[in-house]
Design a protein around this ligand. Structure first.
Ligand SMILES: [Zn+2]
Length: 134
């Protein structure tokens, strides 16, 4: 389990660096023609492209923030000696699973159960959420 800390720290550093670059608005400068083009048609096209680009950027950013958060939690759990133990059932998480996703907090069985529970909730909400009043 010794290489895990290095792996987690590297992943955390890489994700944080990407996030910083995004926050620095470098993405805007990467689009050709946005700066220094005065033709109105070009502006219109650029605005559309820019908006699309931004939406993709926001989605990616959310994923990155999420990942940074999970990696930090994993490092904390490693310090506390909790790492590699499922937060749901307390069983040991399979090393193969940790190699693929070092930031996971649950074993395969609990992950599966949680996902199914989430889907059930959605189904219940869909069935009962529509007709509450009247
Ligand atoms: Zn579990």
């Amino acid at each position: 389990m010794k290489g895990i800390r290095v792996r987690l720290e590297q992943d955390l550093k890489a994700a944080a660096a990407r996030l910083r670059r995004m926050d620095g608005n470098v993405a805007l400068e990467e689009i050709p023609g946005v700066i220094g083009d005065n033709s109105p048609f070009a502006d219109e096209v650029d605005t559309i492209q820019l908006n699309e680009h931004r939406e993709i950027g926001f989605a990616t950013r959310e994923l990155l923030v999420d990942r940074v958060h999970r990696l930090k939690t994993a490092l904390e759990r490693l310090r506390e000696g909790q790492y590699g133990t499922c937060v749901e059932c307390g069983e040991t998480i399979a090393p193969a699973r940790l190699r693929v996703m070092p930031e996971v907090e649950t074993c395969v069985r609990c992950q599966d159960r949680l996902e199914r529970y989430g889907r059930q909730l959605q189904t219940v909400e869909a069935a009962f959420g529509v007709e509450d009043e009247d």
